[in-house]
Design a protein around this ligand. Structure first.
Ligand code: N01
Length: 552
């Protein structure tokens, strides 16, 4: 074990009093749960949150149509049987307002607000080697000192705003889906342009089309999207899940994606069986199209690792686009090509392709020529100028690392996380970084993160972090740091489990691998081995006396 250096530097032996045991950055799902569980351990915890409200992602992403793609009865915490029995979800897939209400209910029900500081943006966090503590600085100039720091900053919280030339001189309204103002945006009867056709774009496009005088969609990459078949939940459906909630929670914890599939046929998911598309006949493919529609491409077992099979399945998807969108040229422009099915995060929708049959909706295909400039009255591309009143940026996120690299996080010896991660993020078990003692990350790179349902994952992962902190406080340890060799081995393991999947196909550019942000290294960011295996690895390390950590 390397010397920590306090005695070497000759600083006073008694560390100065700390304000808190733990400072948590972010009051989204992770931050709220961290506060609850750590406070129950008797720790002095403070949560700092830059938004005026709690909820994280579900505070900021209040664009029209924002909705979760995990069944609501599962996209909820399981730590309190009374809570899950009492809370009533109204739809199979909950809308943003309902999830925001739920998270506010959590904040009130467990009296969390007294330890949450809203409107408090963090700009830096610095480890002090003399006192084994973190100093977290806010934009307002406050300094919070705590033994441990937990970055509950989320996987999709740093908005990606491409530097479109001229954007600042646009005379109308520019709004980003992930920074949608609480007071709303005037959309009724406006000429609206939307840039981006990922999940946020696909969800908002049908809603915007309903109210706009005209909607112009600026699309760079056509999307695979599946109808969610969302519906109101009946009392009977709620009761059936609530009756066996304990069992469902166990199934979630044991599932690679943190889900138990309670809504079965309603979900956009289809049963993947042992059918191989390479061995199928045209008649069989037609029958599957008839049965599953857009989801017909997802039935086959051989599409996950075979690019030829994958392309055959993609053709089924394109066939469904042709059958749905009346204008053949438009259908072609909306058809995904050039990247495999399964490379990007699945998108679910409510009437996305049908929306393009409306008279007040048009598409600008940016595949050949991008946006040249934003003028004072609209958007110019090589294909012409579109006059607009409102521009909606649905351009995604600097995912998984952006929230951390945009802050100045300084570890031992003055090292800066942004620099250490210049060529790739490095974590041990997705929660901890060598060189950054006493710092933990929730749903960070190298953890399942965006590949597993958050509430389930957060309870497991933050539960694990909380147990490590309890161990440290009980034993009087003040220093916990991941070892570099274990971190390297974990990064190799993270790379190895993604290798050979469609996530890492050479033609796959996505926010999963940083290729949506200019200059970001090409690294597959989440852990693709599944939540179950991930937690087994974490628990094995804990069982071996927190193997891979220096603790003293
Ligand atoms: O972001 P995205 P998102 N010029 O990165 C385009 C979760 N989520 O906010 O593909 C023109 O997927 C970009 O084009 P391209 C979910 O995990 C979930 O939509 O890079 N276009 C793309 O079309 C999701 O995956 C829900 O070529 C530009 C779009 O902007 C994740 O958040 C709802 C551009 C960005 O798509 C991110 O989704 C919402 C440029 N310079 C979000 N730059 C649920 O349903 C970018 N684009 C649960």
């Amino acid at each position: 074990m390397a010397s920590h250096g306090r005695s070497v530097t000759g600083r006073p032996a008694g560390p100065p009093a700390l304000d808190f045991d733990v400072v948590v950055v972010g009051a989204g799902m992770s931050g709220l749960y961290a506060l609850k569980v750590l406070r129950e351990q008797g720790l002095r915890v403070v949560v700092v949150e830059k938004a005026p409200g709690v909820g994280g992602t579900w505070y900021w992403n209040r664009y029209p149509g924002a909705r979760c793609d995990v069944p609501s009865l599962e996209y909820s915490f399981g730590f309190d049987p009374d809570l899950e029995q009492e809370w009533v979800w109204t739809e199979h897939f909950a809308s943003q307002p309902e999830i925001e209400r739920y998270l506010n209910h959590i904040a009130d029900r467990y009296d969390l607000r007294r330890d949450i500081r809203l409107n408090t943006a963090v700009c830096s966090a610095t480890f002090d080697e003399a006192s084994d503590s973190w100093a977290v600085e806010t934009e307002a100039g406050d300094r919070l000192r705590a033994r441990f720091c937990i970055m509950a900053t989320g996987g999709l919280s740093a908005p990606n705003r491409p530097p479109f030339p001229g954007i600042d001189r646009f005379g109308g309204t520019v709004v980003q889906t992930s920074l949608w103002p609480e007071q709303g945006v005037e959309l009724e009867g406006r000429r609206i342009g939307i840039i981006g056709t990922g999940s946020s774009g696909v969800q908002s496009i049908p809603e915007l089309a309903r109210v706009a005088a005209h909607l112009t969609v600026f699309q760079r990459t056509p999307t695979f999207t599946w109808p969610s078949h969302n519906k109101l939940l009946t009392a009977g459906e709620q009761a059936a899940v609530k009756k066996r909630y304990r069992e469902i929670r166990r199934e979630q914890a044991r599932s690679p994606s943190g889900t138990a599939g309670t809504t079965g046929a309603l979900s956009f998911q289809v049963p993947i069986d042992d059918r191989e598309i390479l061995a199928s006949t045209p008649e069989e493919r037609e029958a599957v199209l008839g049965e599953f529609g857009f989801s017909a491409c997802r039935v086959w077992v051989d599409t996950a690792r075979d690019l030829e099979a994958n392309e055959m399945a993609v053709e089924l998807f394109r066939e469904m686009v042709r059958r749905t969108v009346k204008d053949p040229e438009l259908a072609e422009a909306l058809s995904p090509r050039g990247y495999p099915l399964g490379c990007k995060r699945p998108v679910i929708d409510a009437g996305y392709f049908d929306t393009f049959n409306r008279d007040n909706v048009s598409l600008v295909d940016l595949r050949e020529d991008g946006i040249e400039e934003i003028t004072s009255t609209g958007i110019r591309t090589a294909q012409g100028h579109v006059e607009l009143d409102v521009i909606v940026l649905a351009t995604g996120f600097d995912a998984m690392t952006g929230a951390l690299t945009r802050m100045d996080i300084r570890g031992r010896d003055g090292r800066l996380l942004r620099d250490d991660w210049a060529d790739r993020p490095r974590t041990y078990l997705g929660v901890s970084m060598a060189g950054y003692p006493n710092l933990f990350v929730s749903v960070g790179p190298g953890s399942p993160s965006v590949l597993a349902s958050y509430p389930t994952q957060i309870e497991l992962q933050l539960g694990w972090i909380a147990a490590l902190l309890r161990h440290a406080f009980e034993k009087g340890f003040t220093f916990v740091e991941a070892d570099a060799a274990y971190q390297d081995a974990w990064c190799d393991h993270v790379d190895a489990v993604a290798e050979g999947t469609m996530f890492t196909a050479p033609s796959c550019n996505s926010w999963y691998n940083g290729q949506n942000v200019e200059g970001k290294p090409r690294v597959f960011l989440p852990y693709a081995g599944g939540l179950t295996v991930y937690m087994e690895r974490c628990n094995a390390a804990a069982g071996n006396g927190y193997e891979g950590f220096s603790i003293r």
